[in-house]
Design a protein around this ligand. Sequence first.
Ligand code: NAI
Ligand code: PYL
Ligand code: MG
Length: 272
Amino acid sequence: MALLTTNNLNKIKEDMEKNKTLIEKLTNKNLTQLYESIYNTYYKSECVGIIPITCGNGIISGFAESIFYTLQLVNINAFITKNTDVSGYYEAIDKKADIVIMADDETYLSYNLKNKKMSNNQQATARIYSEILININENIIKGSKFINLQKEVLIIGVGNVGKHAIQTFLNNNYKTYIYDIDKRKLNKLTEQYPQLIIFDFKLENKFLKIFEATQNENTVPESVLLDNTIISTPGIPRALSEILQKKYNINLIMEPLGLGTISMLYEVFENK
Ligand code: NAI
Ligand code: PYL
Ligand code: MG
């Protein structure tokens, strides 16, 4: 599991504001409407206890604060426990938290103590970043000469996060291409989902919609880009160079933690 660094989180406020505005422009929905429509749940007044965890590589300075800030952005009531680990869990329950959220080096979870729903960051991150591409407002694409490509997607990186994006696109009848440097993963997934197409960069295909979830930078080559391509990428570091982003006027949805965190909460809220 690639661990975040404090440096990755330094600009979370700016990153989340920028992504919030871009997502609203591209989907014509605000974040709350988008998450509610994805999970068919809604936020009532639940209180979220954020518990810092010291095991493994220990506390990442700024991690709990980034979660707190992100939840404030979407008006979800939360607090960071003063204590860590078991003592922090005790404090969260004692302070009447309805939902707890915490992460060690392997697992980042949210758990709703009332309805016993639980969410895992990897699935929840894949869900929101893929649903944003599904929910692109047709007015954004209508003028484009590539409108025939609006139901095609290239997924680059099908690991713990990327593999969970596949189902969302297939459920929405997308022509879904996958690429990963680990060929074993590609072969395993095409056995599991025969309708998947293993992308060959020698092909001339270009994409209006790209999902990326790798731990490497510059994984999206110029050969697949169109003007105004939308790249939805939780992957850190950035999947596309700033030069190519400018040259093709790319819509880049990318931030280190926030969108996946909100997704983890809407997944465990009460059903509508
Ligand atoms: P993983 O290691 O399970 O999967 C990454 C996949 O990318 C692997 O299958 C690997 O073979 C593939 N890959 C690496 N370089 C590649 C390249 N050049 N071209 C194609 N495929 C390549 O990692 P995981 O857990 O899926 O996380 C992926 C990234 O997402 C990491 O950077 C992680 O930090 C980040 N992440 C970000 C979150 C967010 O909220 N922004 C949440 C969770 C993870
Ligand atoms: C959830 C992030 C997204 C990418 N990598 C994952 C990661 O960095 N996980 C480790 C999180 C550790 C948090 C630490 C704390 O501050 O409570 N235990
Ligand atoms: Mg995120």
